[in-house]
Design a protein around this ligand. Structure first.
Ligand SMILES: [Zn+2]
Ligand SMILES: [Zn+2]
Ligand SMILES: [Zn+2]
Length: 799
């Protein structure tokens, strides 16, 4: 016998709009408890009366079996005055409720997918089936609070059958805002983009959605309206069709994403381990990059030269229905032209995709917010988000201890892989990935999204954080806005932001001692107004000190050097060896001929002069140079990171695992003249690499030796810095920057650091690339404006 108790239970986290109240209702009734549950501004509040052990059981079960889309940050309890109630009910939300979190879209759950396939169910073959545990959220919302009237489902009035599901706490559709059915909801329609009429009966005895499958099987390219935008789909096993899509989309080499009906089909083409399978099946339903080592092969045009395939499972019931008869993977790439944003409406479809797709599957549920597919890769055993969009954004991050009560901050991110971040109180919201701001349409999208987020979150910033770069579009916008509205402006060094993003993601407290941040990156504006990119920073949220770097090497032609890998190769070879030495040892290599035909005198003058060949300590450009030496996209790369990704793709796995460490290419760690900063010097690496080229060593082995050598050098630098009496002691190392999306480099460095006794922090939910910068900028700005506090930084004036 236990005594009866009355208790208030407060649950914080993502607990609204995800079916939390009905779950509490069901569990409480199971356990014979009385009371009520409601939403308020702090989350969910439960009041229960009953046996103490039943109340304990309720809390235990909420922790163990919360609704699939919920995230519990805290459960707190408090004894309250005994009250009488004879049952348990779901109470209305309190007025004045501020919705603090908009849930991300979630892929169709198993129950909804099964229902759509069940001929006896009311929603048999209904493409817009969803419930509280799945379906659109962020992509359809345009206002607060999140209820149907503030979504693009507003024009569709619930029929009586749907209404009774919506009102019933025992139903899995209780308060699921976007629910609908054949009778009352949106409809899909097949159209021809050449304007002619289409009779779906020609392609299917079932319906217009099923007709799409026949079209794909016949080699057609079809535009399909997905959750966050249009996709272009075609049969991925048909090399001619994939090549046609590539040509029409004007996409040279960037890999296409794939969708398959089930894991079994994916396994024919790629290796799917348990971690990858769980990711593919997760509610976020991202594109997962998988090793293309299955028994069957897809045409090279799907992902040229990469050895990785980006697969996702069906996202919505619409996709399940299209792929039901499709025993092959389909390409499912964003519906856009090269770098432009994804098309979201019929006007855009007709304007931009008419020359690409022959048919389109459209429907009348509008997309309020464009959102791309997310991309995740399993690196060193953990899922790591590379592009954070559908299914992840705009989930909030709980800020680390020490940031409580922070003022509203808006951080504007970088220039490539643009995102922004709203932070306030104890949480930060990082926007979805929007692409590169150099593109005018992306810039428009960025501004529109910014306005939307500020509305959705009722966010009026007091502080603006931007990158220090003088020319980033996002930074210019932020400076102008701070000046216009009289807001405080914090300019954040690029690589410091990378480190801080990783610290925040790992919830390292504001008062924690500094870490060593190893940032292996492309390019960022340095603290000394030169270009940085491979940095060793002693850092906390409040500041940083540059302890080490990679060798600064000229980038002839500035931005051109990022596009044409051979330019970096030439600059490296001239910096290390010079033309006479290179000619003497390498005259017989095709590489020599290639470089000899370039206008070397012009380049030499450019490098000497420096104005159009700034020096950069970039890790990414070193990868470009080595890739070019091995003739991997030597002349030109058609997307950012292509050369480095191809270099990783060819790494000989046996050489990587089995060769003696003496074969890993050597780097030295001397000090720069002037600043005296230790740096990673690649002279000996180039000597060894060119020697291997002369000996006709396979490029795959060279790639392995380079990765191992560079990883060894990074670890050696960390060890040396730890022992340097001039440096503050640190025992924790942060790995960030775009180059750490390279699984081989990441794993080698991580193993080496662990062997050397360091604790490691790395990215999981926040991209290591510039997609994570905004979060780092936000926490740095918060730390800077939080006042001195009890934990003054080791870096009063960062440089
Ligand atoms: Zn569902
Ligand atoms: Zn209905
Ligand atoms: Zn960066």
């Amino acid at each position: 016998m236990t005594e009866a108790r009355s208790l208030a239970i407060r649950v914080r986290g993502r607990v609204q709009g995800v079916g939390f109240r009905p779950t509490v209702w069901r569990l409480a009734r199971d356990l014979g408890l009385a009371g009520d549950v409601l939403n308020d501004a702090d989350g969910v509040l439960i009041r229960v009366a009953g046996k103490a052990e039943a109340i304990d059981a309720l809390i235990g079960r909420l922790r163990r079996e919360p609704p699939p889309l919920a995230r519990i940050d805290a459960i707190e309890t408090q004894a309250i005055a005994p009250f009488a109630a004879d049952d348990f009910r779901v109470a209305d939300s309190l007025p004045g409720l501020t919705q603090t979190e908009v849930a991300p879209d979630a892929v169709a759950c198993a129950a909804c997918a099964a229902e759509v396939g069940d001929p006896f169910a009311r929603r048999f073959r209904y493409p817009f089936t969803n419930c509280t545990h799945c379906g659109p959220r962020f992509s359809i919302v345009h206002g607060i609070p999140y209820d149907r009237a503030a979504t693009t489902m507003a024009p569709f009035a619930l029929c009586p059958a749907c209404r009774s599901e919506y009102d019933d706490p025992a139903d899995r559709r209780f308060h699921a805002e976007p629910i609908a059915c054949h009778a009352c909801g949106p409809r899909a329609r097949l159209i021809r983009l050449d304007g002619r009429a289409v009779h779906f009966e020609q392609y299917s005895m079932l319906d217009e959605v099923d007709a799409v499958c026949t079209l794909l099987q016949r080699g057609e390219i079809v535009a399909i309206k997905g959750l966050g935008g249009y996709h272009l789909a075609c049969d991925a096993t048909r090399g001619d069709v994939v090549a046609a899509l590539r040509e029409r989309k004007r996409r040279d080499a960037k890999p296409f994403a794939l969708m398959a009906r089930d894991i079994g089909i994916i396994r024919r083409f790629a290796e799917v381990d348990a971690t990858a399978e769980a990711l593919l099946r997760s509610p976020a339903g991202p594109i997962v990059l998988l090793p293309a080592t299955g028994p069957a092969r897809l045409p090279d045009a799907v992902a040229p030269g990469l050895g990785l395939l980006g697969f996702m499972l069906p996202t919505t019931p619409l996709h399940h229905l299209i792929l039901k008869r499709m025993d092959r993977p389909v390409v499912m790439t964003s519906g856009n032209l090269s770098s432009e944003p994804q098309v979201t409406d019929e006007a855009g479809l007709r304007a931009h995709l008419t020359g690409i797709a022959g048919f389109a599957l459209v429907h009348d549920r509008a997309i309020a917010n464009r959102i791309d597919d997310s991309v995740v890769r399993v690196i060193d055993g953990a899922p790591r988000v590379l592009r954070r969009a559908r299914g992840y954004a705009p989930a909030a991050f709980a800020l680390p201890p020490g940031f409580e009560g922070a003022p509203p901050v808006l951080a504007l991110g970088g220039e490539l892989k643009a995102t922004f971040c709203l932070a306030r109180g104890a949480e930060a919201v990082l926007s979805q990935h929007m692409g590169d701001l150099e593109d005018a349409a992306t810039d428009d999208d960025y501004r529109r999204n910014l306005a939307l987020y500020e509305t959705l979150y009722d966010h009026a910033p007091r502080v603006i954080a931007v990158d220090r770069h003088p020319d980033y579009i996002s930074a210019k916008y932020g400076r102008a806005r701070a000046a216009r509205d009289g807001l405080a402006l914090v300019e954040v060094q690029h690589h410091h932001a990378h480190v801080a993003a990783c610290l925040a993601e790992n919830r390292r407290p504001l008062a924690a001692p500094p870490v060593l941040g190893i940032v292996a990156d492309g390019l960022g504006y340095g603290g000394d107004d030169t270009l940085w990119g491979g940095e060793f920073l002693l850092a906390d949220y409040r500041g940083y000190r540059r302890l080490g770097t990679m060798k600064p090497v000229a980038m002839p032609g500035n931005a051109m050097a990022s596009r044409e890998p051979w330019r970096n190769l030439y600059a490296h070879l001239m910096a290390e060896i010079g033309w006479p030495g290179f000619a003497m040892n390498c005259r017989d290599l095709p590489l020599y001929e290639f470089l000899a035909e370039k206008p070397r005198a012009t380049f030499d003058a450019m490098i000497r002069d420096g104005r159009f060949a700034p020096r950069a300590s970039s890790c990414g450009r070193l990868f470009d140079a080595v890739a070019a030496a091995l003739d991997l996209c030597r002349e030109r790369q058609s997307y950012e990171g292509q050369a480095a990704m191809q270099l990783e793709a060819i790494v000989d796995r046996e050489a990587l695992a089995d060769e003696g460490d003496d074969l890993a290419y050597p780097f030295a760690l001397p000090r720069l003249g002037g600043s005296g900063l230790p740096y990673i010097e690649p002279w000996a690496m180039w000597q060894a690499l060119l020697g291997d080229l002369v000996l006709a060593t396979p490029p795959a082995v060279i790639a392995a030796r380079f990765h191992r050598g560079l990883a060894n050098a990074m670890v050696a630098m960390a060890v040396q810095l730890r022992g340097d009496p001039a440096a503050a002691l640190f025992d924790t190392v942060v790995l960030s920057g775009g180059c750490f999306q390279n699984a081989t480099l990441f794993t080698l460095v991580a193993r080496g650091l662990e062997r050397a006794g360091f604790t490691l922090l790395s990215h999981r939910e926040v991209p290591a690339n510039d997609g994570g910068l905004a979060l780092g900028q936000a926490v740095i700005a918060l730390a800077a404006t939080a006042g001195a506090g009890p934990c003054a930084s080791a870096f009063p004036a960062a440089s």
